[in-house]
Design a protein around this ligand. Structure first.
Ligand SMILES: Nc1ncnc2c1ncn2[C@@H]1O[C@H](COP(=O)(O)OP(=O)(O)OP(=O)(O)O)[C@@H](O)[C@H]1O
Length: 636
């Protein structure tokens, strides 16, 4: 996306598009954690460093048992020259106590700081991922939203981002500490008594093998859980959104069953994963207990009666204590590996899904795309053919037409003929398979999507209003617009009267999606929003379908004035809406079947003329072929 993440220090989420060679977790950190790398590395270092003073306590006690308590061994500490250490037993006791105390303090300080630093990193990282991935999602093209429902997307933005917490704390910090503990402890055991250390080394190897096998076993189960969560969220979301339809059709019990099914699938997937974890735990525990027993038996015999079996040399009680404690912590570390691997699999699944969203094949600007500045609004379709990604057959075939700046073009035709699709291509919601669409003579693919859409005001049949006030919704297209401009736009859209009658006027909350307004009122607010934007091209896709005839006439008048200096496309079923258009295109089955002015089309006595006769109630004028078509449900 143009900016170099290295140079700017900012994460650039689109950078990874198409780069699927990176491991999802590496990709995630590379894309979003870079600005915070210092706290990331610092936090990991501190949490790893914390392990050393806490391991030192066992060493100190072991040495003190032999040297101070029993007086049977030298007072020696790893990595500390003997010359620095005291020789008298009371001085050694004081040293041991002082070092023990020091290690307690060090553990507390390191624990506090590592949690703080790593916690801050995790929060910042999650925040970055959440906001950047959301930003990417909202830029994804329409085909993504055609094939993914809200619940699925929400689950990625909520649950998967949440998982990152355990990816950092539960996997990276814990994993690194565990490895450090294991390596350092084992190195010390080798130094203390290499023979016993070598014999006991089989246990961690067995435990590690078990953990690895377990991870392979659990991975698909974790993935299934995440997918089921997405399905369940989608179902719940859909039902809450569609609650009025559910009530109207009295389908509460059917919906209850559907939610129950989705929840059951989720429960089963969850149980499957849980059961796998629950099986692994006691098995690893048993192996670890066995290792402790072997250490005690072997070491005890060694201390009391000299080296057993093939062992040679001596083992002191202090060394046995260290062995017993360290073998215990080694086992805990190995058991922890299973949990780390488990958390890693969950984190990896989340990262994979986040990567999947961000790397979704998006309509991106060409490298040399230019800004479309201040266009006159000439629009030309040249032999455009288009197939929806989920369809096999083209929805539009060989569509060609021109609209000069300031012209009003009406688009009519039966339901499902492809009228809205024609205009969605102008907005580049989708890309044409063949042919070219030009604005002011420039191929829309050669300009930036953002500047193209800034030049087009779009009002759909069922416009979406945001939760907020009427004023906020009108000013949405131009937040800096002052009250006067908002009221002016509302007047032009025929909305001012009803807004003034609302309890709080322009400050009235419209409810979620504008539910507190009628369909016609919502449309008028949406038209005001488009007018306020003052675009060169205005697209009204059934924008007045919910408005009564009288209000439509009013809106029509204003739009005529507005349309004078902007190119306007009007899709309408109510033919009176487009009667005065400079040109009318009749779309039938994805093709432009007829074109001309209202009068020309009536004269032609084709599909348009038939649709007109239907609307003016002149049914006797309709030919049998047309009536047959209506009977087959092909016309509206
Ligand atoms: N996102 C989509 N994915 C797949 N097919 C789609 C999609 N949107 C529309 N279609 C199909 O494309 C065809 C044309 O749809 P379009 O919405 O352009 O028709 P229309 O003429 O505007 O219809 P109406 O008058 O009912 O609004 C229809 O068969 C429709 O089912």
């Amino acid at each position: 996306m143009g900016v170099n993440a290295e140079e700017s220090g900012e994460p650039v989420p689109g950078d990874g598009v198409g780069d699927d060679s990176r491991h999802p977790v590496v990709w995630l950190f590379d894309e979003y954690a870079r600005p915070y790398w210092k706290s990331f590395v610092g936090g990991l270092t501190l949490s790893t460093a914390e392990q050393f003073p806490s391991r030192l306590q066992t060493v100190l006690i072991g040495v003190a048992i032999d040297a101070v308590l029993l007086g049977s061994g030298p007072f020696r500490l790893p990595l500390v020259p003997d010359a620095w250490l005291p020789t008298g037993r009371s001085a050694q006791l004081r040293w041991s106590l002082a070092l023990l105390f020091g290690s307690f303090v060090a553990v507390a300080v390191l624990n506090f700081t590592s949690r703080r630093v790593l916690g801050r990193f995790t929060q910042a990282f999650q925040h970055e991922v959440r906001t950047e991935v959301f930003d990417t999602v909202q830029r994804l093209e329409m085909d993504y939203f055609d094939s993914h429902d809200t619940g699925e997307v929400m689950s990625v933005l909520n649950d998967d981002v949440q998982e990152l917490q355990s990816l950092v704390g539960g996997v990276l910090a814990r994993g690194l500490s565990l490895v450090t503990v294991a390596v350092a402890s084992y190195a010390y055991l080798l130094w203390l008594n290499w023979q016993l250390a070598v014999v006991l080394s089989f246990v961690p190897v067995v435990l590690f093998g078990m953990s690895y096998g377990f991870s392979r076993w659990i991975e698909p189960k974790q993935l299934a859980v995440r997918e089921r969560v997405g399905d369940l969220n989608s179902r719940l979301n859909n039902n809450i959104d569609g609650v009025s339809v559910i009530k109207a059709f009295g389908t509460e019990s059917t919906e209850r069953e559907r939610v129950r099914d989705a929840s059951r699938d989720h429960r089963e997937a969850q149980w499957d994963a849980h059961w796998a974890s629950a099986t692994m735990d006691p098995v690893t525990r048993a192996v670890s207990q066995l290792a402790r027993v072997v250490t005690l038996v072997l070491g005890g015999v060694w201390v009391i009666s000299g080296p057993p079996l093939f062992f040679t040399g001596a083992l002191t009680p202090g060394a046995l204590y260290v062995f017993y404690r360290y073998v215990g912590s080694l086992m805990v570390a190995m058991q922890g590996v299973a949990e780390v691997v488990d958390a890693y699999q969950t984190g990896k699944a989340a990262a994979t899904r986040l990567q999947g969203v961000v790397e979704h094949d998006n309509v991106v600007d060409r490298p040399d795309a230019r800004e479309l500045t201040d266009p006159d609004g000439a629009v030309a379709y040249d032999d455009v053919t288009f197939t929806y990604p989920s369809r096999d057959e083209p929805t539009l075939s060989n569509v060609s037409f021109d609209a000069a700046p300031g012209e009003t073009v009406g688009i009519v035709g039966p339901t499902g003929a492809g009228k809205s699709t024609v205009l969605k291509l102008l907005l580049r919601y989708y890309e044409a398979d063949r042919g070219t669409i030009r604005v002011d003579g420039t191929d829309v693919r050669d300009v930036t999507v953002e500047s193209l859409r800034e030049s087009v005001g779009y009002v759909s049949q069922d416009p979406f209003l945001f939760y907020g006030t009427v004023r906020e919704n009108v000013a949405y297209a131009r937040p800096e617009a002052d009250d006067e401009a908002v009221v002016e736009a509302a007047k032009l859209a025929g909305a001012h009267e009803f807004v003034a009658d609302l309890p709080d006027g322009y400050d009235t909350m419209v409810g979620e999606r504008g539910v507190k307004l009628s369909g016609g009122q919502r449309q008028r607010v949406a038209i005001a929003r488009a007018i306020l934007r003052d675009p060169a091209i205005l697209v009204l896709d059934e924008a007045t379908s919910h408005v009564d005839n009288e209000t439509e006439v009013l809106i029509q008048r204003t739009l005529e004035e507005l349309a004078a200096d902007r190119t306007t496309f009007v899709v309408a079923h109510r033919l009176s809406t487009v009667r005065d258009a400079d040109r009318i295109l009749v779309v039938d089955d994805g093709e432009i079947a007829e074109r001309g002015t209202h009068e020309q089309l009536l004269e032609r006595d084709g599909l348009y003329a038939n649709l007109w006769h239907v609307q003016v109630g002149d049914v006797t004028a309709l030919p049998d072929a047309f009536l047959e078509r209506v009977r087959r449900g092909e016309s509206a």
